[in-house]
Design a protein around this ligand. Structure first.
Ligand code: ATR
Length: 286
């Protein structure tokens, strides 16, 4: 009798070599004494359907999905969670009874990160300003509405994209132009950057955060570098700050639980492992 294959999962994207998900899931496999594996799989654009057909075979329990496949994964699923449907994208796949299921755990990860790093953020949620209007902004809006946010203002380089996103979420969400940022900051309780500005290799995010009220929480979903100029400046001014690493860690929790049957913990040790990896990558010559 042949032994059943070890449980495994993976992250699919294009490119994928930069993904830190294996570091996270392998840490949890070891911490929980589970014999299994988690890899990176490079899947070229257009080839996701061929990949998802392999889920459910040879021990492959499911997959995480990253750029550029999140919308294709959404389209490939037989069943979607409410979060996936609201966000219009899937980052976690598994198969059950032959059917392909998809979830989007980015909103959960976004909230888990804020709760862990700046727990008082939920005390003041009347006014939120989100920079950006892409997939990450969509997940943040879904998360914040679920958390009871009052008014959410989206500010994006391309105004039309912000207006379309706001319209999709109803009256609590509105769009304003990029030039209005400074006017919006004094009443914001929470400022979130979901653009790629401030990321390694991208232009800096040039906004004057001194207009924020002292109690306002500042969150950047960029985690490379860990301390973006936005986070550095906000911390210098005494704001509660939340970097992007925790979102990556917390969004991984429910996929691991589905594939390997144990709800894993985001521990300080795991965070330190990732911080170290990010610092090392930052030091490598380009
Ligand atoms: P994600 O899924 O990570 O949100 P995305 O959908 O590509 O990625 O969205 C990237 C976001 O960063 C968008 O809000 C984008 O603004 P546009 O919609 O105007 O393109 C923003 N962004 C990227 N580069 C930018 C730049 N140089 N200046 C301002 N905003 C930028």
């Amino acid at each position: 009798m042949s032994a059943s294959p070890l449980p495994r999962s993976c992250v699919v994207g294009w490119p994928i070599s930069h993904s830190r998900s294996p570091l996270i899931h392998r840490y949890w496999l070891k911490a929980n004494g589970i014999e299994g594996d988690y890899d990176r799989v490079a899947v070229p654009p257009g080839e996701l359907p061929r990949f998802v057909a392999t889920i459910g075979h040879d021990g492959l329990r499911g997959a995480n999905v990253t750029v550029p496949h999140k919308e294709a994964a959404f389209a490939a699923c037989d069943r979607l969670t409410d979060a996936a449907r609201a966000i219009g994208a899937v980052n976690t796949l598994w198969r059950d009874d032959g059917l392909l299921f998809g979830d989007n755990t980015d909103a959960f990860g976004f909230l888990g990160n804020l709760d862990e790093r700046a727990p008082a953020w939920r005390d003041r949620l009347d006014h939120v300003v989100i920079l950006g209007a892409g997939g990450a902004a969509r997940a943040a809006v879904h998360a914040l509405l679920g958390a009871g946010a009052g008014q959410i203002v989206l500010v994006n380089r391309g105004f039309e994209r912000a207006a379309a996103l706001a319209a999709a979420f109803g009256p609590k969400v509105s769009a304003r132009s990029w030039t209005e940022i400074t006017k919006l900051l004094p009443i914001a309780n929470l400022l979130v950057n979901t653009t790629s500005l401030g990321m390694v290799g991208q232009p800096p995010l040039e906004i004057d955060v001194s207009a924020l009220a002292p109690s306002a929480t500042v969150c950047d979903i960029v985690y490379m570098p860990l301390r973006t100029p936005l986070i550095e400046e906000a911390a210098r001014l005494g704001h509660p700050v939340v970097d992007g690493l925790g979102m990556l860690l917390h969004q991984a929790v429910s996929g691991f639980e589905r594939w390997f049957g144990v709800r894993p913990k985001v521990t300080p040790e795991l965070r330190a492992l990732l911080e170290d990896d990010i610092l090392q990558a930052g030091r490598k010559p380009k």
